[in-house]
Design a protein around this ligand. Structure first.
Ligand SMILES: [Zn+2]
Length: 281
């Protein structure tokens, strides 16, 4: 299954990904924030840094295959190139895929580094394997879940580097950023749904030991992250994502205000980001 996954991963990137253009998405977003056809302003900061992607040594055959697949597809290499082209960064930020000993991802402001653990991708391979309908869907879900997590960490990096005035919980804001960038850049692509199901899988694991739930934690509980993400997705386009309510992924009581929730959060994020988009966009 794993080898098939990686073969399919390459097919997906080669033939599917180019249509999901970040460049086109950001062009669209410029009009979302009211700039009209062209961005008129220079980025508000000097572009003195870039994102730098590296793949750390992988321990063991499973992680080596994950590393090889990541390198061969070039998905994150292309994404990083596009982000560097379209956004001004004050400092270099390293993005490192590596073994961490734990299925996680994190941004370190002191090291200026986003760490994406190979173990996390192995975890996505595991949780999405349980609901496989087609091999293609399985591959897409793992890729999109990894992308969602990357954008969450990038959200933290933006808050830190651009000194964005976030009110409320930064973890929730980073979830919102990941959801919104995937929705607004990829349009009605179902990829962002993987982010929602990722929280659903984590919520089910959490509920196995409810006495251990971390009410004190920085992150909202996975169940809440799941519903908040579902609300933004549904609210972005209730017609395209009607199944979220019809199939009872999200209760009506919450769904009725999700359009305005989405509009508010999308406008907030792109208003905050707009000064850092480069002129040539
Ligand atoms: Zn976070």
């Amino acid at each position: 299954m794993l080898l098939q996954f990686f073969a399919g991963l390459q097919r997906r990137f080669r033939f599917t990904h180019p249509s999901r253009s970040l460049v086109a998405g950001i062009l669209c977003l410029v009009s979302v924030v009211g700039c009209g056809v062209e961005a008129e302003s220079m980025a508000a900061i000097d572009d003195t840094g870039d994102l730098h992607l590296t793949y750390g040594k992988a321990k063991g055959e499973e992680f080596k295959r994950i590393r090889t697949a990541l390198e061969e597809t070039g998905f994150f290499d292309d994404l990083v190139d596009q982000l560097n082209e379209k956004l001004a960064f004050p400092n270099d930020i390293n993005i490192v895929f590596t073994n961490c000993g734990v299925a996680n991802a994190f941004y370190s402001p002191s090291d200026l580094e986003i760490t994406m653990c190979y173990e996390l991708i192995a975890y996505y391979l595991q949780i999405f394997e349980e609901n496989i309908e087609t091999e293609e869907d399985y591959q897409a879900e793992v890729i999109d879940a990894t992308s969602f997590t990357f954008f969450h960490e990038l959200g933290h990096a933006f808050v830190d580097q651009y000194e964005l005035p976030i009110t409320g919980n930064e973890e929730d804001a980073a979830d919102n950023f990941a959801t919104i960038i995937m929705l607004d850049v990829y349009g009605d692509d179902l990829g962002v749904i993987s982010g929602m199901f990722q929280f659903d899988a984590e919520a089910m694991e959490e509920m196995e030991n409810p006495e251990d739930l971390a009410y004190w934690g920085e992150h909202s509980l996975s169940t809440q992250r799941y519903y908040n993400t579902a609300c933004l997705i549904y609210g972005s386009d209730p017609e395209s994502f009607s199944f979220i309510v019809e199939d009872e992924y999200l209760p009506e009581e919450r769904a009725e205000r999700c359009e305005s929730e989405y509009e508010q959060k999308s406008a907030a994020w792109w208003t905050l980001m707009e000064p850092f988009l480069k002129e040539e966009i």
